[in-house]
Write a protein that binds this ligand. Structure first.
Ligand code: ZN
Length: 292
């Protein structure tokens, strides 16, 4: 049953309580006993090749797995041709930076439906990504293209849509943001069965190799009629529940990277790691539930 695969944990961006440079973050994460880092370039890309190579060396030395979050200003379903062209360029720039960093995957938000039908928006997204992939391949860029499940109903990025995209784009992998899926489905992630459905869909539609190394974003979430409102910290008894996901990943022996998008970044990455370690040690469920 259990293949004892490792689950990696880390923050989305610089730890909250750390004032050093980006190049010093890997050593800080090692000190915190974390082993993953998502580098946030969500406003714009501002890390030079030279700086990226320094971060890469530090990450290697401290055994930190890197990923990169591309700028928010990406919309492959825009009604404006120039916005789509800029989106392709921004994602390619992010892939190039991720290559210098030796980051495994570039996470990005696909865009908004706007006035388009979901089918039309999805078609444009796939077309746009095919072009990005072609150029990335030409340059020999190795990172995966990682479309993320999105939390607002106005945003392109349901689980089904992300799976369709990954089917069409070589060198891509789904990024599963469970807080976003929780918001998008208005709270329909309540127990193990709900997580099982999500992971089975990925396995059935894409293949089991997509579960290995699955890139996950996790935090608690407040949602409303339109979906996502805001990311919440652990300790307030908000959903989605983390314990059933931890149990499932361990029972199925899935190697995953879990990035904390909690307002308490590294602190909640550590809480999630404690829950996973508690499951491995077969600690009492009631004790672990108190951490949620
Ligand atoms: Zn994101």
């Amino acid at each position: 049953m259990s293949r004892k695969k490792k689950i990696h944990f880390g923050p989305a961006g610089k730890p909250r309580n750390f004032k050093g440079t980006m190049g010093e973050v890997p050593a800080e994460l090692k000190r915190l006993k974390l082993d993953a880092l998502e580098i946030e370039q969500v406003r714009r890309i501002n890390i030079s090749k030279e700086a990226a190579e320094k971060i890469r060396e530090e990450a290697k030395k401290n055994k930190i797995i890197l990923s990169l979050h591309a700028p928010y200003a990406i919309n492959f379903a825009s009604e404006k041709e120039n916005v789509i062209e800029d989106s392709k360029k921004r994602l390619l720039d992010a892939l190039r930076l991720a290559h210098w960093l030796n980051a495994r995957i570039v996470v990005f938000h696909p865009g908004y439906y706007g006035k388009r039908s979901p089918q039309e928006a999805l078609k444009l997204l796939i077309e746009g990504l095919k072009s990005v992939y072609k150029n990335a391949k030409k340059e020999g860029l190795s990172p995966l293209i990682g479309p993320e499940t999105m939390g607002k109903l106005s945003q392109l990025g349901s689980l089904d849509e992300i799976i369709e995209v990954v089917k069409e784009i070589p060198q891509s992998a789904p990024v599963i943001d469970f807080a976003h899926l929780f918001a998008r489905t208005k709270g329909k992630i309540r127990e193990r069965r709900d997580y099982e459905k999500i992971l089975s869909l990925i396995e059935d539609e894409l293949g089991s190799k997509y579960l290995d190394g699955l890139h996950i974003h996790f935090s608690k979430m407040e949602y409303g009629d339109k979906g996502e409102r805001k990311h919440l910290p652990f300790g307030q008894k908000a959903g989605p529940p983390f314990l059933p996901l931890a149990e499932l990943l361990i029972d199925y022996g899935i190697e995953a990277t879990i990035i904390s998008e909690s307002p308490l970044l590294e602190e909640d990455a550590i809480v999630m790691q404690r829950i996973v370690n508690g499951v491995k040690r077969k600690s009492k469920r009631e004790t672990l539930l108190k951490l949620e």
